[in-house]
Design a protein. Structure first.
Length: 308
């Protein structure tokens, strides 16, 4: 089997049918795939579990279900899903998102061009996204297809916006195995980018729901503060070789470093000390900006949850 589509399910009874319908609409019936549904301890009177079992009984393609015994805030879903997956490649599709009708065929077509052993460093294929209204998300590339890594794409070429990966199963299992509760998938994607390339295509493969009011980005809280701080600090200190090309992101991430650190009660001296040397220029200005943003957080009533 070529593809396993892994979907985190958390109180997802209302949104999963939309994702399911998009899988039914894949144009090429010979593009074999399975759907792996991972319930992150929804605890919603069996609504999500019942929906998952319904799809398992009725879908015209293979459906596997995994039920976690406690809530991991999404951090274990990709890993646990990849462990039971049968596909050579894994797609991590959110419970409220959809594939475009020809997404799997696009992936298969591109993979077919790079299947030789000389391409062992290629982790998979990465496509682009649009929103529910059909609007392209992010910066369009000047090329149709290119072999690169995410750090190069985002910080050297400065291509912004959501992307959607199709990745070798063993790579997903390896890099998602230690993602902590409260960490985003971006932590794993960043580490993958240090070791592997993707084939980037300008084709749209995912319809991304930017309007989900229940998502973390819409809750009005710094929900996993310590975890956000740790991820941001890791990104700054481990990826300077790329960030030096991207002053905008570098400045924004450094301000975020001070902002989150202040919410955690850390002092300027300590926050500066744990930054790598190349990032300590202009820290007085960036620290003041961090102070300002953390003050505005409180003025706007943005709640802070300190996480682990």
């Amino acid at each position: 089997m070529l593809f396993s589509i892994v979907t985190l399910c958390y109180r997802a009874a209302d949104t999963l049918p939309r994702t399911y319908e998009s899988l039914l609409r894949q144009k090429r019936s010979d593009c074999e795939f399975e759907w792996v549904l991972v319930d992150d301890f929804s605890n919603d009177d069996d609504s999500t579990a019942s929906m998952m079992r319904h799809f398992q009984r009725s879908a015209p393609f293979a459906v596997k279900t995994v039920f976690l015994e406690k809530n991991y805030v999404g951090s274990r879903s990709a890993y646990e899903g990849s462990r039971v997956a049968s596909g050579d490649y894994v797609l991590i599709l959110d419970q409220d998102d959809m594939l475009t009708d020809n997404a799997l065929e696009i992936y298969r077509s591109v993979l077919g061009k790079y299947s030789g052993t000389e391409n062992e460093k290629i982790a998979g294929v990465c496509g682009r996204c649009q929103n529910m209204q059909g609007k392209f998300i992010g910066t369009k590339s000047k090329w149709a297809e290119k072999v690169s890594n995410e750090l190069e794409i985002r910080h050297v070429e400065k291509i912004r916006g959501e992307m959607f990966q199709c990745t070798k199963r063993e790579i997903i299992e390896r890099f998602f195995s230690d993602v902590k509760p409260g960490y985003s998938n971006g932590y794993a994607w960043t580490r993958i980018a240090r070791e592997y390339d993707y084939v980037y295509t300008s084709s749209v493969v995912r319809i991304y729901n930017t309007e989900n009011s229940a998502s973390i980005s819409h809750t009005g809280k710094l929900k996993y503060l310590r975890e956000d701080f740790e991820m941001n600090h890791y990104y700054l200190n481990h990826n300077y070789d790329y960030l030096k090309h991207d002053w905008y992101y570098r400045v924004r991430a450094t301000v975020r470093h001070f902002r989150l650190g202040l919410h955690l009660g850390l002092r300027k001296k300590d926050l500066t000390k744990i930054l790598r040397q190349e990032l300590r220029f202009h820290t007085n200005i960036l620290y003041l900006l961090g102070v300002l943003v953390s003050f505005l957080d409180r003025m706007k009533g943005v709640g802070v949850e300190r996480g682990g």
